[in-house]
Design a protein around this ligand. Structure first.
Ligand code: IMP
Length: 192
C-alpha cells in the first residue's frame, strides 16, 4: 500500500494509522498488567515519540502527566553513537526517585539511546525502568538492551511518519512509511 496524499510523496506504508491505534491499545493492556498499584512516572523521548506517547497516556487513563526527555544521537539517516540526554519541563531526580519509570519511545534502533536513558534514570534513583517502544529494528542492535513492550519489529529500513522524521520532515504523516529518496525526488520534480 502507498501513502496517498497531495502534499507528501507516495512512500510505502508499513503500518497504517489504524494498525498503530490497534497495537497501541494492546500495548496499554499489557502494560497495565505489569505495573504496580503506584502510578508510574511516564517519560516520552521527544520529539519522535510524542504521538505514540499520547496514545499510551490516554489508554492508561488516570490523568498521568507525561514528562519529556531529549536524547540526541542521530543525524540524517545515520546514528552518531554518543547520546546526549536533556531532562525537560522540570523532570528531576526527586520526581524519579523510588518510582517506576516508563520510557515511551518511537523506535529502538542500535539500542544506544534506550541503554543510555535506562542507565540515566536508574542513576537518578528510579526503582525500575520499563521501556515501551512503538517500533524496534532488532537487526541493527549494537547494544543488547531490554525493551519490555514492542509494538512492531521491523527490518533495517529508515521509517518516517507518526512522529518520526528525517531532518525535521514528515513527522505529521499519519502512517509509518518507509523513506525512499527516489520516490521523494520523483515527487518533488513532478510538483516543482
Ligand atoms: P538508537 O539509539 O540507535 O536506538 O536510536 C534511537 C533513535 O534514533 C530513535 O529515537 C529515533 O529518533 C532515531 N531513529 C532510529 N531509526 C529511525 C528510523 O528509521 N526513522 C526515524 N528515526 C529513527
Amino acid at each position: 500500500m502507498l501513502a496517498v496524499s497531495a502534499s507528501s510523496p507516495p512512500f510505502r506504508v508499513l503500518f497504517s494509522h489504524v494498525d498503530i491505534l490497534r497495537r497501541s491499545h494492546e500495548l496499554v493492556r499489557d502494560l497495565q498488567t505489569c505495573l504496580s498499584d503506584e502510578p508510574p512516572c511516564l517519560v516520552q523521548v521527544i520529539q519522535g515519540a510524542r504521538p505514540f506517547a499520547r496514545l499510551i497516556q490516554i489508554g492508561l487513563a488516570g490523568g498521568l502527566p507525561v514528562h519529556e526527555v531529549r536524547a540526541s544521537s542521530y543525524e540524517g539517516t545515520e546514528s552518531t553513537g554518543a547520546v546526549k540526554i536533556t531532562m525537560l519541563d522540570g523532570l528531576d531526580a526527586q520526581m524519579v526517585n523510588s518510582r517506576e519509570v516508563v520510557l515511551l519511545e518511537d523506535i529502538v534502533d542500535t539500542g544506544r539511546t534506550i541503554a543510555a536513558l535506562r542507565e540515566h534514570f536508574l542513576a537518578l534513583g528510579a526503582r525500575r525502568v520499563r521501556v515501551v517502544s512503538l517500533l524496534s529494528k532488532p537487526s541493527r542492535r549494537v547494544i543488547e538492551v531490554e525493551v519490555e513492550h514492542i509494538g512492531f519489529e521491523i527490518p533495517d529500513e529508515f521509517v518516517i511518519g507518526f512522529g518520526m522524521d528525517l531532518n525535521g520532515r514528515y513527522r505529521e504523516l499519519p502512517d509509518v512509511v518507509v523513506y525512499d529518496a527516489e520516490v521523494e525526488r520523483t515527487f518533488e520534480s513532478v510538483n516543482a
